[in-house]
Design a protein around this ligand. Structure first.
Ligand SMILES: NC(=O)c1ccc[n+]([C@@H]2O[C@H](COP(=O)([O-])OP(=O)(O)OC[C@H]3O[C@@H](n4cnc5c(N)ncnc54)[C@H](OP(=O)(O)O)[C@@H]3O)[C@@H](O)[C@H]2O)c1
Length: 302
């Protein structure tokens, strides 16, 4: 027992990040590399096989205490074999950062069942499944941190972002339940909620098949919804104060805290939307948001 305690005291904390080859995940990776100068941590950065080469391009190379591993979060075998490898060689995952995610753009009428399941798979089912893989080890050690990257889209929904919001609402609900369930083992669960981040992520937002058609076709009933929301989101992201790096800093702060809270705002707009949601009567809140949608009077005119 004493030897086990000594071995545990000597081991580096292991931090596993998903979707780390670009955007917020990459910014977290860079911050973790900086953190290594201050304390001994072992970093495991993961990305889909096809994205692994980006690490080299970003000057991140594999070494003893930085592992780079392929992980498609939707692949159950890859999830389990990575967690097994970390458990056998490094003694398990101490901090899991579920960052990988996609945001389909589509109105509810334009999402087919397979597309809906695909979105839910990446943003909700897979992070929860990966969490299930690491939890037995964390409970055994009686410590651990699960950090789930949520979104303002997980506290409020915008038109044309229905499945994205549904997936983040689901992640929020499951994480909130988990927060209470694993607290007795000293395992913390935190949702980091960024709003718009200044990045070019909006340029690679995938559309559902019908959403893409409606967005491109001026005669489609929903064309104005897509057209104005695309421009609004691009402008909001271009002008956003938050950047992947500023959000990454908040993630690192959560990592360092002894007892982090369930929810952490990732940006100023997240604070504002949460405050509006909590304090305004819901009818007034929905009315205000509707009236402020870009050029909403032109929507549905066809
Ligand atoms: N951008 C924003 O304004 C914003 C706002 C709020 C919340 N968020 C959240 O922040 C997180 C990161 O977003 P981001 O803006 O950095 O997006 P991003 O630049 O598009 O990066 C998304 C990452 O997820 C990875 N990914 C997608 N599907 C995957 C899969 N099946 N398996 C493994 N990795 C997968 C991507 O890998 P590939 O490169 O291989 O595709 C990429 O590394 C997401 O959870 C997102 O919902 C973003």
């Amino acid at each position: 027992m004493t030897l086990e305690i000594l071995a545990n005291a000597d081991r580096r904390q292991v931090v596993l990040v998903t979707g780390a080859s670009v955007g917020l995940g990459l910014a977290i990776g860079h911050r973790l590399l900086e953190e290594q100068r201050r304390r001994r941590i072992h970093i495991v950065l993961t990305a889909r096989e096809s994205s692994l080469s980006r690490f080299g391009e970003q000057g991140i190379a594999q070494c003893d205490d930085v592992w780079i591993r392929p992980l498609d979060v939707t692949n159950a075998d890859q999830r389990q074999s990575l967690v097994d490898e970390i458990s056998s060689k490094l003694g398990g995952v101490d901090i899991l950062i579920n960052n990988a995610g996609v945001a389909y753009r589509s109105c509810v009428e334009h999402v087919t069942e397979p597309e809906r399941l695909h979105q839910m798979n990446i943003n909700f089912r897979s992070p929860i499944e990966l969490t299930r893989c690491v939890l037995p080890g964390m409970r055994k050690k009686r410590c651990g941190k699960i950090i789930n990257i949520s979104s303002v889209g997980g506290m409020m929904a915008m038109p044309t972002m229905s499945v994205y919001s549904a997936s983040k609402f689901a992640l929020e609900g499951a994480s909130e339940a988990l927060y209470y369930e694993v607290k007795p083992w000293n395992v913390s669960v935190t949702l980091v909620q960024p709003g718009f981040m200044r990045s070019d992520a909006f340029e690679k937002v995938p559309y559902t098949m019908m959403g893409a058609e409606a967005s491109a076709n001026c005669d489609n009933d929903y064309h104005e919804h897509y057209h104005h929301m695309e421009r609004f989101i691009a402008m909001a992201m271009n002008r956003a104060l938050a950047t992947p790096d500023s959000v990454a800093k908040k993630v690192l702060r959560v990592m360092r805290r002894k007892s982090p809270p369930l929810r952490v705002y990732g940006s100023v707009d997240a604070v504002m939307f949460s405050w509006m949601r909590r304090t305004m009567p819901s009818r007034a809140y929905n009315w205000l948001l509707y009236r402020n949608l870009p050029k909403v009077r032109q929507w549905g005119r066809r």
